[in-house]
Design a binder for this molecule. Structure first.
Ligand code: GAL
Length: 376
């Protein structure tokens, strides 16, 4: 009996030794396994560096076409080197209570976590759609935890800035939007002229694809696709990051940006984003500004590859820019290569962000490692 047990234990441990893959490089788009040998399941992800460790939060997808319904929650992994990831479990679990907005079967996308130095809490925001309502609700959700890996306590989900105009939408623009909306509503003008902004003024603005950014002065920002995905909104978070101050701007109106991801270098903010084609890949965009709350200018497509690669962002959609600790100006562009037929099988694209004349660009590598940043 004892001998038999030992034999089984031996087989098990050697099986796991074989199954465990140790990585020393990134292979964008290839199957990526966690420390247990399972597919990393953290899509539309965001990262946090805390206590000498990287944490990766993302959507836990299920197999098949229904895989986008949130049945499990937000998955979290940890890593010391960004190549090898340990499964840390489910950071935010779907609620069991059928009265909760966060019940199983709703949609929970693009979770991002930031750490608040003042309160010592970890704050998660995400895109939240209500059960059986498709993408109609367009809410942002917030949750909080004492430990980085959770459990995160769900606080609420809501539309943004009900009855508050963006600080860069003048009185004249408000009046003109009201007039056009009532008299000649027109799809091509909706984004540029803030027609959906006007429409949603009372109920609050829509929030879909989103990211968070904490600046050097610890000011937190929430960046989201709003106004039927026509325009991005940037909102200042409160000091504890759990709510919004009410100060917000519209940027790149009518330009239909999704998958926002921010990096800061030499005092300039760069915003990566995608076009609006659902799960299908499209050309990436880049914008720059000296100030999060004003002056954003488009810089075009940051990809430098074949025509096909540039048209599809190497068959991926941006989700985050990950700064590398301890290396100056070293950033990784993180994106999802969605497989809409089987979302759990969507792979991750991690590429180094390179710079020429101070402008970021992306180029394909079949395989690369962090030493690449030392050669620059
Ligand atoms: C994409 C978006 C994804 C998901 C998808 C659903 O445009 O970036 O996060 O919402 O649409 O079709």
């Amino acid at each position: 009996m004892k001998k038999g047990f030992l034999l089984v234990a031996f087989f098990f441990s050697s099986y796991f030794m074989i199954a465990q893959t140790v990585y020393d490089k990134f292979k964008p788009g290839e199957v990526w396994l966690d420390h247990k040998g399972n597919l990393i399941n953290a899509h539309g992800g965001g990262f946090l560096y805390y206590n000498n460790t990287y944490y990766w939060f993302g959507e836990h997808k299920a197999a098949g076409e229904m895989g986008n319904k949130a049945m499990v929650g937000v998955h979290v992994y940890s890593s010391k080197d960004i190549y090898n990831w340990k499964d840390e479990g489910i950071a935010l679990k779907m609620a069991k209570n059928k009265n909760s907005l966060l019940q199983k079967g709703c949609i929970l996308e693009r979770p991002k976590v930031i750490y608040n130095k003042k309160t010592g809490k970890f704050v998660m925001w995400f895109h939240h759609e209500l059960k059986d309502q498709g993408y109609k609700a367009a809410l942002t959700g917030v949750a909080v935890a004492d430990k980085v890996t959770g459990p995160y306590k769900y606080i609420n989900s809501f539309r943004l800035h009900s009855k508050v105009w963006p600080i860069n939408f003048t009185k004249e623009q408000q009046e003109s939007a009201a007039l056009i909306y009532k008299t000649e509503f027109n799809k091509t003008r909706r984004g540029k002229e803030g027609l959906d902004l006007y429409r949603d003024f009372e109920v609050g603005q829509m929030s879909r694809d989103m990211t968070l950014y904490v600046d050097d002065d610890q000011q937190g920002y929430h960046i989201t696709a709003s106004e039927e995905n026509q325009t991005l909104l940037i909102s200042k978070l409160s000091d504890d990051y759990l709510s919004m101050t009410g100060e917000y701007v519209r940027i790149l109106p009518g330009e239909r940006n999704e998958g926002p991801a921010i990096l800061k270098k030499d005092g300039k903010y760069y915003l990566f984003s995608s076009d609006l084609t659902g799960w299908l890949p499209n050309p990436a965009r880049l914008a720059v500004s000296d100030n999060m709350m004003s002056g954003w200018k488009s810089l075009g497509n940051p990809c430098r590859g074949t025509e096909e690669e540039n048209k599809t962002t190497f068959r991926s959609q941006s989700t985050y820019v990950l700064p590398i600790e301890g290396k100056k100006d070293a950033f990784i562009f993180v994106a999802d290569r969605w497989d809409p037929k089987n979302l759990i099988d969507s792979q991750y694209i991690l590429l180094p962000i390179e710079f020429e004349n101070e402008i970021p660009f992306l180029k394909w590598y079949d395989s690369w490692n962090l030493n690449l940043f030392d050669k620059k």
